[in-house]
Design a protein around this ligand. Structure first.
Ligand code: MIC
Ligand code: SF4
Length: 626
């Protein structure tokens, strides 16, 4: 595979979760296959868990029935967060995993090549068994030294985010190596690979070794182990080192995971809420540590402590070992095993509230409270701060509690429903909220339209298509969601887009960072967006735009960004030739200027643009059925 060229890998496993899954399975159905081609595919229910109307429950039934028909395992609501359960029950070292969730690289902690992608990419991978991407740089991250007491895996990845920023991993895979690897457990490795997504990386991966074997043994899956390590003569595009002994407890400040400072520098910040959970830090070992810290203590009077265990396995073991009692007695509010507050499904902080969270993202408004200040910390820092009522350095507490990985985990897969033996008899059930999704239109020879919005750098998918308890139930209803597109940036954008029958979006650096939600492309498609002109794009969002026939163009001269204004009229002529060439000239008819734009996508992606989307292309080739 050559750097920068198109690479194709076969996909062994896929995962979906419910907030992206409904759309993914509608797309899979549109591919008209009989049965999926992957070794194992799993449909998790973990995001859309609040049932304040029938929508989420209807989507769960749809996913369960469609999974049964197509040969997909179904992890019922209550079984846990997809990435945590995947580590426990499905991850296999050396295999590939494609997931419709940006934190799919969590399984890289177990030596999987695990990549997050948009739903349609996952649907096509299920149908055809492969995935295409641009070959990234491989970065070797040498871990030396050993973590000091109270310093955690979260601090390793926060340290890397501080060093590299949220765009420092774009076009890269991080491969962890060195002596330090041996001192890290599977959940610690998974915390690091999980938040590699925040660097913008394609994925992150650890070798699989004795620690992986022991974890698999404890899960009763040792037969799925194989040792995966780098070749002695392996060459890397870049190398970097992290000395674990030099790290200290860190905190990411509002509103970005790379705004990292030492906890010691913010000691004393008063907190209103502490939330422990999410796919980053909700493993058994994380929560046992928290329980030990809280044991015999009470949380501060003004603090609300909320804990969402990562899986039913974790929750059951906390209960069996009495740790749950310590949490409850200390004053924690225990939530079900799900994403919950991480995706704004409840527990929004108060107005101007300060919330400490063990999560991976603290984008503005993501908590459900626009004025809230969300800080990201390790479970240790969270637990101690909940007791004190202000951000606290755990090193002030003396010796850390002694905890270790269990020799055997509690295993019960009774909430994982295998697919049907008689798929022909399975009836797929669709609730009334499931509406047809928009499909792209093949490229026209000329594109003309107005600039409908101009946004700044680092716009996240949470800006483009906000997600919260009120909107998540509509993930299978694009017309409804379209009323909220980009509203955190400009509340009038949807109205303007509809009035002008579509047009262009202008953006700064790293447009579309964050989640894999293809709704951030489907909704603009529905609103008639033809192209996004940005200084640069985040990987998954760029692919989602292409997959929906929207052209992602990059300013060749970033200064041109300053010369385009909202409501300018733009024109692209000769589109077929220009798209193929990868350099697109745009005329600004209002200003009488011309901009050179780059189309940095692969030849197959250019074909997707010409066909008006990936589904159109796959169907035109008739290859999904083979
Ligand atoms: C997230 O953490 O942002 C999500 C919610 O898990 C998303 C998926 C989604 O938007 O449905 C992700 O990470 O891809
Ligand atoms: Fe769920 Fe949060 Fe993890 Fe996304 S980041 S999968 S919302 S727990």
């Amino acid at each position: 595979m050559i750097l920068g060229e198109e690479a194709v890998i076969s996909i062994d496993q896929t995962l979906t979760q419910d907030s992206t899954g409904t759309m993914t399975y509608l797309e899979l159905e549109a591919l008209e296959i009989d049965k999926i081609k992957t070794k194992k595919s799993i449909a998790y229910i973990d995001h859309n868990m609040l049932q304040t109307g029938p929508e989420n429950a209807d989507d769960h039934i749809y996913i369960q029935t469609v999974a049964k028909k197509y040969g997909i395992y179904f992890s019922k609501p209550g079984n846990g967060i997809c990435h945590q359960v995947h580590l426990e029950r499905f991850a296999v070292p050396g295999e590939t995993l494609l997931g419709s969730d940006s934190h799919t690289p969590t399984a890289g902690g177990m030596g999987m090549l695990a990549i997050g992608a948009g739903g349609v990419d996952v649907a096509v991978a299920m149908a055809q068994g492969e995935y295409h991407f641009t070959m990234p740089k491989i970065v070797k991250v040498n871990l030396t030294g050993r973590l000091n007491p109270w310093v955690s895996a979260k601090d390793i990845i926060l340290g890397l985010l501080k060093r590299l920023t949220v765009k420092g991993g774009v076009g890269k895979i991080f491969e962890y190596a060195g002596e330090g690897v041996k001192s890290l457990s599977i959940p610690q490795r998974a915390t690091i690979t999980n938040m590699g997504a925040e660097l913008g990386a394609l994925t992150s991966i650890f070798p699989s070794d004795e620690i992986t074997l022991n974890f698999l043994k404890a899960q009763g899956r040792e037969n799925e182990f194989s040792e995966i390590k780098a070749d002695k003569e392996a060459m890397y595009d870049e190398e970097t080192e992290i000395n674990l002994s030099h790290l200290e407890p860190l905190v990411a400040c509002p509103h970005s995971p790379d705004k990292v400072v030492p906890v010691s520098s913010l000691k004393g910040l008063k907190v209103n809420q502490v939330v422990i959970g999410s796919c980053t830090n909700s493993s058994y070992i994380d929560l046992i540590k928290v329980a030990k810290i809280l044991e015999g203590r009470t949380i501060a009077k003004h603090v609300s402590l909320v804990i969402a265990p990562g899986s039913r396995q974790v929750l059951t073991m906390l209960a069996q070992e009495g740790a749950l009692v310590s949490l409850i007695v200390a004053g924690a509010r225990i939530l079900e095993c799900a994403c919950g507050p991480c995706i704004g499904m409840g527990q929004s902080p108060p107005t101007n509230g300060v919330s400490l969270r063990t999560f991976n993202r603290n984008f503005e408004g993501r908590s459900g409270t626009l004025s809230a200040e969300v800080y990201l910390v390790s479970p240790e820092v969270a637990a101690i701060s909940a007791i004190n009522g202000y951000l606290s350095d755990p090193r002030d507490l003396g010796k850390p509690p002694i905890v270790k990985e269990p020799e055997s985990f509690f295993v019960n897969d009774n909430l994982i429903i295998p697919p049907a033996n008689n798929p022909d008899k399975v009836k797929i059930i669709k609730g009334p909220n499931i509406k047809p999704f928009p499909t792209g239109i093949p490229l026209n020879s000329e594109i003309q339209g107005k600039v409908l919005i101009k946004v700044k750098d680092n716009i996240t998918t949470d800006h483009i298509m906000p997600s919260n308890a009120k909107l998540l139930p509509y993930r299978s209803n694009i017309p409804y969601l379209s009323n909220y597109c980009l509203t955190p940036c400009d509340k009038d954008f949807p109205k303007r887009a509809k009035k002008n029958k579509g047009g262009f979006i202008i953006a700064g650096i790293n447009y579309g960072q964050g989640s894999s939600r293809e709704h951030a492309a489907l909704v603009p498609l529905y609103l008639g967006i033809k192209a996004v002109l940005a200084k640069s794009f985040a990987r998954i969002h760029q692919a989602n735009l292409v997959n929906n026939g929207i052209i992602p163009l990059i300013f060749k001269n970033p200064e041109d960004y300053d010369n385009v204004n909202e409501m300018d009229e733009l024109l692209i002529e000769n589109t077929f030739f220009q798209v193929k060439r990868g350099i697109v000239k745009i005329k600004n008819l209002t200003k009488g200027k011309e901009y050179k734009m780059l189309l940095n996508i692969t030849a197959s992606q250019k074909e997707i643009i010409v066909q008006g989307g990936l589904l159109n292309l796959v169907k035109s080739k008739g290859s999904a059925k083979e």
